[in-house]
Design a protein around this ligand. Sequence first.
Ligand code: SF4
Length: 143
Amino acid sequence: MRILVSACLLGACCRYDGAARPQRDVQALARRHQLVPVCPEQLGGLATPRPPAERRGGAVMTKSGADVTEQYRRGAEEAWKLCCLLGCEAAILKERSPSCGHGRIYDGSFAGRLVPGNGVTAELLCAHGIPVYGESQIQDLLK
Ligand code: SF4
């Protein structure tokens, strides 16, 4: 199966703080599946490192109040474009991220509170019918 994957889960240092979040279980999937790494925030034109951001209603705002909604939307479109071009059947995306989070994301207050919702890229992929899994749900994908 070809799977779109958050690049930070594969070890790319693309997070807002310049770090990676490698997950051994996700990396191990490369032995049996074709993984397509994407970082929507970088694809949307944002620098690394970059200010942390959270979804707030329909917008995405940095902690200092800059509106980065357009960059997050562009990154989601670019990720979707690659997903289509390469025929990805599912996505494994970093949990809680304002781009990649699926099911629960931070509430926009930068206080560490989670609320039901999706990141901008996860939302777009779901709208197009791509099953999205967080890194803790890999076993569900492999069933
Ligand atoms: Fe990882 Fe997604 Fe954030 Fe990029 S946008 S660093 S892939 S969680």
